[in-house]
Write a protein that binds this ligand. Structure first.
Ligand SMILES: [Zn+2]
Length: 297
């Protein structure tokens, strides 16, 4: 009899756990948009701190769904898993080009910023030159994130982070910057955004969710899984936009200008289920609020 009750108890617990997981997935699925809930901001906190907090909470919510899908029970299990997966790196196919002087100055400026220094703890910074003497890369040794390189390549690229053996590379394209006539503040805003991706190791987490676990858990409904995966990607982008300003109004303004320029290329108002990024309009909307606060401080 005792055995029977213990079995029943187990079954009930299992049922409750499944129900809870379903409810969590449903609730979070309905919250597919980026919602910073500014109307709920308590008076004791600033607009910037609140948006940062909300953006982080959005990422956590979306990541929780994927972890439920993958039956990973705790943050500790996820951390252990991450530690056992090798970071992807390898030769990339981009063609390196010289870094214009204004971009070099922007990189130095970003790594001199007080908040950036606090977050990444740079130890040294130097320029790497090609045979012709032109600068192609700036290499920053940091205490917190290994070696962060900023490299310039050809092609139509808007900014990207790749993982390396010893850290990360932020890749920027001078031709895109020239084509869009981006200001130095926009360049700094973009570098800040990519730095935020490094701080949260976003590229590596996406790689695990997208490649490693999607393949391993092929029996999950791949369409549903990818919906949540893309929702997580959009939330991470919002977090990188907000955290990546490092509280600097000019970088926020620079990002707004950048999104206004790409908005003419990509003027869609709607988020598709498979958008990796929020629409430029959505990004401009929350950054405007943050800019207004930061510039009035
Ligand atoms: Zn991004």
């Amino acid at each position: 009899m005792k055995k029977y009750f213990s079995l029943l108890k187990k079954q009930i617990l299992c049922l409750v756990a499944t129900l809870l997981a379903t409810v969590t997935i449903t609730v979070i699925a309905q919250n597919n948009c980026i919602n910073l809930k500014l109307n709920k901001k308590p008076t004791y906190t600033s607009t910037y701190e609140w948006c940062k907090k909300r953006a982080k909470a959005n990422v956590n919510m979306k990541a929780t769904v994927l972890l439920i899908f993958l039956k990973i029970k705790s943050k500790k299990d996820w951390k252990n898993l991450k530690n056992n997966i090798a970071k992807p790196y390898g030769p990339w196919s981009y063609t390196k080009v010289a870094m214009p002087e204004n971009m070099q100055n922007c990189v130095y400026n970003v790594f001199n910023n007080h908040e950036v220094v606090k977050a990444v703890k740079p130890i040294s910074i130097h320029k790497e030159r090609k045979n012709d003497g032109k600068v192609q890369k700036i290499v920053v040794q940091t205490e917190n994130f290994g070696t962060i390189k900023i490299a310039t390549v050809s092609g139509n690229l808007k900014g990207k982070v790749t993982t390396d053996k010893d850290g990360y590379t932020i890749i920027l394209s001078p031709s895109t910057i020239k084509k869009l006539k981006l200001s130095n503040d926009s360049i700094k805003g973009i570098i800040g955004h990519e730095l935020a991706h490094i701080i949260y190791d976003d590229a590596f987490e996406w790689y695990i969710f997208d490649t490693v676990y999607c393949k391993k858990h092929w029996y999950l409904n791949p369409l549903e899984y990818s919906d949540y995966y893309f929702a997580l990607s959009r939330a991470c982008e919002t977090r990188a936009d907000i955290v990546g300003t490092f509280g600097n109004p000019r970088w926020a303004k620079g990002l707004i200008e950048f999104f206004k320029k790409i908005n003419t290329e990509d003027s869609s108002d709607h988020i598709s289920k498979h958008s990796t990024h929020p629409t430029p309009k959505q990004r401009i909307a929350y950054l405007e609020k943050i800019y207004k606060f930061l510039s009035n401080k």
